[in-house]
Design a protein around this ligand. Structure first.
Ligand code: SAM
Length: 280
């Protein structure tokens, strides 16, 4: 019978956040696949766990993935950990999970910290609907395309960012989303210098003209405001002529009235213009 792959979440800063089950699973695993074996060794030493470790990261995931699948098929249990937080979230893991599923190997998770979710719940922004956007590309064009693609998204947006790129990212966001958009910048979560700044993008760009970013960051961005849905149904009971004339009676010019009626009905201005003048 095949073994099991355990996706083990580890702390994002504070070692006290490791779960009792995580320690138990790491202590019982036949092999621990770690993104950075040296870093994971520190965690294991801290909890007095001694287990075989192998590296599994972005640059060896193909060969190592096959090796891990072989062991799992032999019935070994493998625990996967990333540098910090939850595996497969902006970290290696996704491919290994897929490989296990393709090979009929069971996968389970040992839940724990995720930086993005902790930043979201501290942000003060809506948690009802959110989208995880991960890291923006280092390529300027791809960054802009990514931001343009989500600028009208009404979900709260969660981005990971490295300190040396924070200032540029905030400027790019201000340019694309506008300076009024509210954001929360969460830094060094669960660590000694934990800080959450809540401000507009305009204020954030100004703030970082005078402060140097240090540590690990999550940027949480308020979603775009919902554009009011045109209430087309409401206007179905009156003709376009009555609709436009109603506005003209209120003092609008015919051009203004046609524009307003088109907006009410959610149709192009030209259609209202043609219909209105056709009936004259
Ligand atoms: N798998 C991790 C998780 O579950 O959150 C994310 C790994 S990703 C490679 C690392 C990024 O997560 C950092 O660049 C930063 O954006 C964010 N991050 C990790 N730890 C953090 C912390 N303590 N405070 C703020 N952001 C953190």
């Amino acid at each position: 019978m095949s073994g099991m792959l355990y996706l083990c979440a580890t702390p994002i800063g504070n070692l006290g956040d490791v779960s009792a089950r995580c320690i138990e699973i790491l202590g019982a695993a036949d092999l621990i696949a770690a993104e950075d074996t040296r870093r994971t060794m520190q965690l294991l030493n801290h909890f007095g766990i001694s287990k075989p470790l192998t590296s599994y990261h972005e640059h060896n995931k193909r060969e190592k993935g096959e090796y891990i699948i072989r062991l799992l098929k032999e019935g070994k249990n493998v625990a996967q950990v990333s540098d910090a937080g939850t595996p497969a979230i902006s970290d290696p893991g996704e491919d290994l999970v897929r490989l296990c599923i393709e090979n009929g190997i069971e996968v389970t998770s040992v839940p724990g910290p995720v930086a993005g979710i902790n930043a979201l719940i501290l942000s003060g922004l809506s948690t009802a609907r959110y989208a995880f956007e991960g890291f923006l590309s280092v390529n300027k064009r791809h960054r802009s395309e990514h931001l343009e693609a989500v600028k009208d998204d009404t979900h709260t947006l969660i981005f990971y960012e490295a300190p040396h790129k924070l200032k540029n990212t905030l400027s790019d966001m201000e340019r694309v989303f506008g300076g009024e958009r509210r954001i929360a910048i969460a830094r060094e979560l669960t660590k000694l210098h934990e800080e959450v700044l809540r401000m507009t993008l305009f204020e954030a760009v100004k703030y970082y003209e005078e402060h140097n970013p240090r540590g690990e960051y999550v940027i949480v961005v308020e979603g775009a405001k919902k554009t009011k849905e045109p209430d087309a149904k409401k206007w179905e009971s009156i003709s376009i002529r009555e609709h436009v004339d109603g506005y003209i009676k209120e003092g609008m010019t015919s051009k203004e009235a046609i524009k307003a009626a088109a907006a009410d009905r959610g149709v192009p201005r030209r259609d209202v213009y043609n219909e209105y003048h056709k009936q004259e």
